[in-house]
Design a binder for this molecule. Sequence first.
Ligand code: PLP
Length: 384
Amino acid sequence: MTYSIPLSGPDITDRERQAVLEVLNTQHLSLGPKLALFEEKMAAIAGTKFAVAVNSGTSALHLIVRAMGIGEGDEVITTPFSFIASSNCILFERARPVFVDIDPLTLNLDPGLIEEAVTPRTKAILGVDVFGHPADWDAIGDIAKRRSVKVIEDSCEAIGAFYKGRPAGSFGQAGAFAFYPNKQMTTGEGGVIVTDDEEIASLCRSMRNQGRGESDEWLQHTRLGFNYRLSDIQCALGIVQAERLEELLAKRERVARWYSERLGDIEEIEVPFVHPSVSRMSWLVYVIRLSEHFSGEDRDLILSQLRGKGISCSNYFTPIHLQPFYAGMFNYKTGDFPIAESVSKRTIALPFFSNLSEEQVDLVVSNLRAVLGKLLSTRNLVQS
Ligand SMILES: *Cc1c(COP(=O)(O)O)cnc(C)c1O
């Protein structure tokens, strides 16, 4: 179905079109000069020494896990409330994702629950800056230090965010950003590893390029690698988007404010929470939560009625442990991570992108109010 108001959308201008065209007029469609320039911009955004661009955020996370030598028999502590790639990257290397529940306000890993999940097999804590809200990195870092495990930052939803004045992407031994078109900035498809660790950077650089070493000939392969390269066409697009990142984030923040101004007084919903430790939220999505009086069925009804009005919306996220193959592989069941489950039943991601107009926000809000009102009135009739 096509919606009159989509859930997300890229913000592409003539600058991006021009930059892509320029690459098409050269001989360097991949591994050319745009790659290094794009990586420079990414390292600057994360405040890291190195950046290694790859073809998706998922690839970035996979290479980080692999570069850290995490493998069969190892455990990585992570959140069940995320996009599935943050956990799949652990499975790719036959290690085990060990979930711990989330903080009900920030929706990120609850640091108070992490330490009891650490075992002698734990190799890393993989935190996610969910919806663009940084996790509690100081608390996670303290535990990691105390227990001698590594930290991986899945910042695929939070490029440009700041936690206690420091940039997202800089909090682990390595971090990842992603550039699918629903993200704050896009390369069509793409991702990047950001790190201060020279060895991780150099391993990732080799593994994205079929395991070639820095000085290898084209057909010499030092280690097992992948083709996770990002083309110069995509890097050229990414360079312009990165140069526009402040503008893109400011536009998104403005849309978030429009929503919060209009929704803040509705008793049945909670608008997104931003913790005081967050010096800048990088708005990926605008996700409201229905109050505890609503069931998962109520939420799904609201989603389908909004969609019926041409307004795209979604249920970010179904907890990862309840995804069919995770539940099957690890015997997870409903009730294992009650906060993630309770939150995920009541979320509604509303249309959200930088060029959403104030009129469109008004339209979404008036439809949401109408749908909520209708649901409440039928409920009152049933009750009386
Ligand atoms: C988008 C995203 C990724 C990576 O996505 P790709 O589509 O592979 O670029 C990873 N983790 C999280 C939390 C994400 O939101």
